[in-house]
Design a protein around this ligand. Sequence first.
Ligand SMILES: Nc1nc2c(ncn2[C@@H]2O[C@H](COP(=O)(O)OP(=O)(O)O)[C@@H](O)[C@H]2O)c(=O)[nH]1
Ligand SMILES: [Mg+2]
Length: 312
Amino acid sequence: MGEKKGFFSRLVSGLTKTRKNIASGLDSIFHGFSKIDDDFYEELEEILIMGDLGVDTTMNIIEDLQARVKEEHIKEPAECRQLLIDIIKKQMAVDETAYEYENRTSVVLVIGVNGVGKTTTIGKLAAQLKSQNKKVIMAAADTFRAAAIEQLTEWSNRAGVDIIAQQEGSDPAAVIYDACQAAKSRHADILLCDTAGRLHNKKNLMNELSKIRRVIEREFPEAYLETLIVLDGTTGQNALVQAKQFKEVSDISGIVLTKLDGTAKGGIAIAIQSELGIPVKYIGIGEKIEDLQKFDADSFVNALFEKPEEDE
Ligand SMILES: Nc1nc2c(ncn2[C@@H]2O[C@H](COP(=O)(O)OP(=O)(O)O)[C@@H](O)[C@H]2O)c(=O)[nH]1
Ligand SMILES: [Mg+2]
């Protein structure tokens, strides 16, 4: 079985609850309504909002759908299923340039609140990049707890890449400084930087992140900077709130949505993309090294709309 197929079937199974939450409801209206009228759109709206797509995203989708129904003179509610799938796929498509950092000498700064899966994501990413023959170095700039440094060290061993770390409590920017020197002298392709998410307020967070950024820009100006925010898919609308807060204090070039295995709130992937205008670049569907993949709108939406009768 190919790697990709394996991931897709795990994605389908991971999204089972989300699918029950959204697609089953949708199928019942696509088949339960005899015509496309206001009631139909209202019911559709309710299902999408309940499915964690949020109000704005739902409105955009429904407007697109109404336009297509009119344009194509569609009369049957059942025909809206495919239209809806197409509209969502189109909204979520990731640009080719999204993974430009892989082709450059780059620094990937990984940010997000505590517990969302930053360290795990870095471990998984390191393994993937290493398998593409990239020279990867990790920076343990979450210095709050010794356990955080140990956890990243374990991942560096698992992935077989170097790690730059200092003691617990040291200045994160100093770790990043060391890591930039190491990346240059060892000719690394990609420096993956873990950060702490436990900063108590916005001002702290802003100061910490801008300090780290300044060090990178000063010490490693030739590097391409990719900033990924990690969000926990199980937290639904809360993930969106977190992303908005981080966006106020930092540039963000992509989103990693984790824990899509087993959540009923996977619809948040669609909301995040359309409300923030930041692409979801990776999704996590488990704790293991192989459980991270580049986001693919087609696979994701297909997995979301798999036939509901096969759920049980
Ligand atoms: N089920 C599941 N668990 C995950 C995923 N990503 C991370 N985790 C778990 O979430 C917990 C917190 O992850 P960690 O990387 O330490 O988060 P951090 O505090 O942001 O660095 C750990 O127990 C991880 O194994 C995922 O995609 N699916
Ligand atoms: Mg961590």
